[in-house]
Structure formats: structure tokens, C-alpha cells
Design a protein around this ligand. Sequence first.
Ligand code: DX5
Ligand code: ZN
Length: 236
Amino acid sequence: MSLPDAPRINPSILSADFANMQRDLERIAAADLVHVDVMDNHFVPNLTFGPQMVERIQQTSPVPLDVHLMISDPDRWAPGYAEIGAASVTFHVEAAADPVGVARRLREIGSRAGVAVKPDTPVEPLLDHLGEFDQVLVMTVEPGFGGQAFRPETLPKLRLLRQEASRRGADVWLQVDGGIAPGTIEQAAAAGADTFVAGSAVFGADDIEARIGELRELARAHACADRSAGASSLNG
Ligand code: DX5
Ligand code: ZN
């Protein structure tokens, strides 16, 4: 499956109207992928939807699925989301017994394999394994709820990931999720992110399509010109 080039804007349907999911999926047809937040009320203190709902979203959505699993035991549950046909499945490293094993299984089934880190989880242990993942998701809020404030102290992790991906020649998407809107997307793009989740900033806009275009243009305008340039200052 060929997927859109960076910068990618992935609206989170956590901010959609769950009783009008088909309508809201059509409203974000201009997006790159649709971000589907699966929460189990165990790994995070909130509950959304499981495989049956995600399968219907997959059948209905005009754009490919970017599934974000905020669940315990992804070793057991993540492959099912790849089997549904999601283009990308991302699980949390904090929840996985064998992150590389889960990623390999996802790729075998045919989806992209993503690994996510909460705001306080370091990324250094992932660096030697970047080639095993198609995406690293740096959470810029504590996972569980939409509408929280962006945490800029997470940006050094993006700079480090961008630098190391470039140095190691790893073709990995760097995703940010949480509080992304005009005013914060610029910092995330400059730090090296190329894939942006936005829930409230997209569904709360009067003109959803225009907001997606605005976010994409801001990300493009602020992207580090050379991918390695994002790493020029690890602490700046
Ligand atoms: C939070 C979810 C996010 C959330 C983002 O745990 O993973 O995807 O929907 O919402 P905003 O963009 O409103 O912060
Ligand atoms: Zn998410």
C-alpha cells in the first residue's frame, strides 16, 4: 500500500462524534491517515473501542488507518488490528513484553509497526532497534484523553530520534500525539516529527478541511530542511 509523504496529518477520531462516525470519517477525507485511539481502561484510565468497531472504521474510512493501542498486553492483542487491515498499528513499549517480537509479527501480517512512548519514557533503549519499527510515536501528553496541553519537554526525544534515525539510515516515521494545533505543531516539526496527530484541533475547527490544510502547511514550513538538521541541538 502506498501511503502519503510527509508531513502527514492524522486526525484523531477520539474527538469525533461516536454516534456519527461515518459522517465524521468523511469530514476528514483530506487527511493522510485516520488516527484510531484504542483504550482498554487498564493501560489508561479511559475506554474507547475494540476490534469490531475498528474493523467497521476500516471498512468505512476513505483514508488508511493509523491505530494507536493504549492497551495492556499488546503482545496478545496487537496482531488482530493488523489482521483487520490497518495500515499502521502502534503499541506502547511500556506495555509490551517483547516489543521487537510484536513489531515483527505486525510486519509479517502486512501492517506498519509502530512503537509509542509516554512523555516520561526515555527513547534511548529503542535506538539500537530503530530498524525494527516503521514509526516511533512520542506522546506529547499523558495518554488517555484528548484536549490536553502540549508538553514541550518531550521535544528533545524527537531531536534525538531524528538524529539517530538519520545516522543509522533508519526509514522511520516520527509521530507526535497530544496537544498538536497551530502554535505547537511548528515546534514538533522543527524537532523532527513528520507525522502529526490532532484531535480537538481538527474536530473543533469550523472548517475541518481548511484546518487539516493549515496544519500540513505549518508542518511543512517548519520542518527541518535536512532531516539530520533537527538534531543539530539536542537540548535547544
Ligand atoms: C490521547 C490520544 C490522542 C488524542 C489527541 O491519549 O492518544 O490521540 O486524541 O487529542 P488532542 O489532539 O485533542 O490532544
Ligand atoms: Zn493517539
